[in-house]
Ligand binder design. Sequence first.
Ligand SMILES: Cc1cc2nc3c(=O)[nH]c(=O)nc-3n(C[C@H](O)[C@H](O)[C@H](O)COP(=O)(O)O)c2cc1C
Length: 354
Amino acid sequence: MPANLQQPWAIGSVEVPTRIVLAPMAGVSIQAFRRQGRRFGAGLVCSEMVSAAGIEHRNERTFGYLRVAGDEHPLAIQIFGSDPGAMAEAGRMVETAGADIVDMNFGCPVRKVTKTGAGAHLMEDPALACRVVEAVAGAVDVPVTVKMRRGIENGSRACLELGPRLVEAGAAALTLHPRSAQQMYTGEADHALTAELVERVDVPVIASGDVTSREKALEVLEQTGAAAVMVARGAQGNPWALREIMEGESFRPTREEVAAELVVFIREAVRELGEQRAVGFLKKFYGWYLGQGRFPKPFKQELVQLRTTEEVVTRLFAAAPGAGPLVDRLEAELPAAGDEVLVDRLPISVYGGG
Ligand SMILES: Cc1cc2nc3c(=O)[nH]c(=O)nc-3n(C[C@H](O)[C@H](O)[C@H](O)COP(=O)(O)O)c2cc1C
């Protein structure tokens, strides 16, 4: 039977309304991204990773904050680290921040993370990985989940041995990105491995890797038996991809729609990060939004050079004059800031990858 992407499912006690999960991406998955993802059909969204080591050391430099808004739920907040006690504390903190699910990163291939014993390194230390999961599961009331790669080395099948042990230790769902840490983002995600993992565990498995179209999403669900697909790079600057995957129609947004989504995204990012951080953070998004033939190339170059986000917004309105009413409508739909929980002094990761 063809998979139905609109069918609700559950992770432990948490109901997830659709089969599309918006991936955690360091440097990308801020609140504005997560809220937009929910609007476009993601049933579950995930924060960028929060470092448990930072929590322990109270390292001022890594402190950031998380804003959790009413329209983000269900929301998974991802933590990373390798010390069971620090991870348990991090789990409690993000649960207080409003996480419906605490996700653990056992997939990050970036050396800065793996050399501390965290991320993908845990795939080579199953005993410690299980202790981490047990500690976090024992510390929080919400379901805990783990996101893994296939293993460290190319061709590794470590995830198949580790997965069932993590479930025994308390994981209520597993996400698999079936590339090795060594591969980073090269080659293809080998979802034959996802199918094998599904066979071995009795909790939902989320399939991550190379899902960019409805065709691919349905193929992965049907061939693996996974509960849901996760979309990462395909949704960068392209929330319409989520709608297309969900509904099957080809959504080619108009210039006005692209400009309006980007303006709202910019304003939300400024509210969340402050103008100074937002200016740098947003630069990569201009290329993502405006590419794909939506705007002429020099226009992106022009936006990247502007010094304030207000100037960028002014240029966008000039290039797409009809975007104004769309922005008004989108902003009117955002819940009031009063609905928001703000948790500051959290060590948000500055490293990427998973
Ligand atoms: C910029 C970027 C940052 C990422 N950061 C994280 C992260 O913080 N945690 C994580 O588990 N995975 C992270 N990932 C991995 C993605 O969640 C996903 O598993 C991977 O990109 C494969 O999916 P895709 O082919 O849809 O991009 C990141 C990926 C990218 C491209």
